[in-house]
Design a protein around this ligand. Sequence first.
Ligand code: ADP
Length: 454
Amino acid sequence: MAGNLSFDELKSAAKSGDIDTVLVCCVDMQGRLMGKRFHVQNFIDSSHEETHCCNYMLATDLEMATPDGYATTSWRAGYGDYVMKPDLTTMRRVPWLEATAMVLCDLLDHKTHKPVPQSPREMLKIQIARLKELGYEAMMATELEFFLFEQSYRELAQSGYRELTPISAYNEDYHILQTTKEEAIMRPVRNHLFAAGIPVENSKGEAEAGQEELNIRYAEALDCADHHTIAKHAVKEITWAHGRSATFLPKWHPNKVGSSSHVHMSLWQGKTPAFRDENGEYGMSELMRHFMAGLIEYASDYTWFLAPYVNSYKRFMKGTFAPTRTVWSVDNRTAGFRLCGEGSKAVRVECRIGGSDMNPYLAQAALLAAGIKGIEDKLELAPPTGGDVYENTEARHIPSTLRASTETLRNSKMLREAMGDAVVDHYVRCAEWEQEEFDKAVTDWEIARGFERV
Ligand code: ADP
């Protein structure tokens, strides 16, 4: 069981007054938890079967605006409903909120009760099923990096986000002294998540003032995405409860390192690591070589799923540990893909392209689709790259803007085959809208640069 609370345990907890509220959540395109707060009795009596939400749930932007251009829903179609179907295996306690439990839902068509293909959870399930057909399961881990600030969300919003003071004054990479000062937030983050059935490994200071990393033990791909989404949500809620703020923006300051979400991947057959071959180069199996070749070949196709906003592309800068080129290396942090656990049972590939703003369901679905294509076509893996990959001018670049990654997504034959045209077109529209909104903005930079001088 992925969660840690069975339906029977929920009933007992309701009877004893231990739990009075159930958060019934789905995941939107941006990777956020959206849904309703149910009285536990109503959830037990009926809503555990299903509830409903407006079908704009998968067609809004971060501001909940309702752009046109989606085939799934529109003003013209009257914005009908989706069914939210609780996946009771994901039910868990939410220890950082009083007397509260949570369940994740799948989104189903209101009339047919078939899964909505554009739903991030469904998109990942489809790639997991394709992998299963080939005889493998994916184990994944997604690292969470973020910044903590001294001020609350409200204070920062009221200052127009001009007075952002990171919670520490200096680079706190691996710093025990500085992170001790942040334990008021990070200790409850680790312990509450662990008590919610999320296998937290550790947190650590990261390579910038106020930057944190949270690591969760690798798990089956769907569980991994669920863990990531709940953990990100918990970090925000726990930080908010302490009168502070956290951001998962990949780049909040031009001169400071960005935040990423690296994705670790390995394929397994039951308990046997299918990426391992004792006699293979670096202990890698043929299967792993094909999977990695697929990841590298199609990196531009799926970059948007790892970097979905204008801001995401501000992170890809030379000398910042954020990769810009589609090559692999052996334990070298300047390449887009890094071989980890070389020669061991934990041999795996880490994709370093993803930003802290990625939706983990979409990211993992896209990465698996590319890896599967590599396996199906038996793609050959080029030799690893060494040295400073930023200086390697022969290696291919990933798209460097949202505009460019929207086009590589639109033109991806691989993703259209793996996910279907309706799904790719849906997310292309999402990407276009974000760019359209940005194009309308007049930024501080333009004003400061040109006000007097033009
Ligand atoms: P790093 O050097 O990147 O900090 P870690 O040893 O902390 O490496 O591992 C990073 C992540 O990789 C952890 O979340 C861990 O659970 C995950 N991981 C370990 N083994 C595997 C595996 N076989 N497949 C996928 N992920 C794994």
